[in-house]
Design a protein around this ligand. Structure first.
Ligand code: FES
Length: 162
């Protein structure tokens, strides 16, 4: 009498099961790197914080805010772009250097230095800042942002967060 166990698996079922497991393993081995490649840029923060060289100290005139342009590479997801920004460097009579961001603290419009009035003016809602970046009038809630600075070999550097 030929009696099969309750757990009997026929040859065809066994081969089909092994083929299914091998197919799943191959799909995982091939698929994971592809999925990682596709979603990795979206997970990156794109932070480019660091010190950047702004201007030689010799280019600054005492007491006069000097606009200095610098560029940052910014990455958001898959999009990478060069962002041009401006900071105002001011060489104080004491020899200290103050560097102010040109973004208004109200709604981030760009402020401009008006030498004839000795103030920074925001054209969007008439925000006015003094030479130190303090608010004189208008809606801006706080002074202009100051960059952290350092001087090396006669060159002014600023620390940029993003
Ligand atoms: S954005 Fe500068 S005052 Fe509103």
């Amino acid at each position: 009498m030929n009696r099969r166990s309750d757990y009997y698996i026929g040859r065809r079922e066994f081969v089909a099961g092994v083929a299914g497991v091998l197919g799943a393993l191959i799909a995982i081995l091939v698929g994971l790197p592809i999925i990682g490649y596709l979603i990795a840029p979206a997970l990156r923060t794109g932070s480019t914080a660091g010190w950047i060289s702004l201007v030689p100290l010799s280019a600054l005139r005492p007491g006069v805010p000097t606009p200095c342009s610098f560029s940052r590479l910014k990455q958001t997801g898959w999009r990478r772009m060069q962002v041009i920004r401006t900071a105002y460097a001011i060489l104080e009579d004491s020899g200290d250097v103050v560097v102010l961001a040109d973004l208004c603290t109200h709604l981030s419009c760009r402020v401009h230095w008006l030498p004839e009035r000795n103030v920074f003016v925001c054209p969007c809602h008439d925000g006015i800042f003094d030479r130190q970046g303090n608010v004189l009038s208008g809606p801006p809630p706080r002074p202009l942002e100051r960059f952290e600075t350092k001087i090396e070999d006669g060159q002014l550097f600023i620390y940029v967060e993003d």
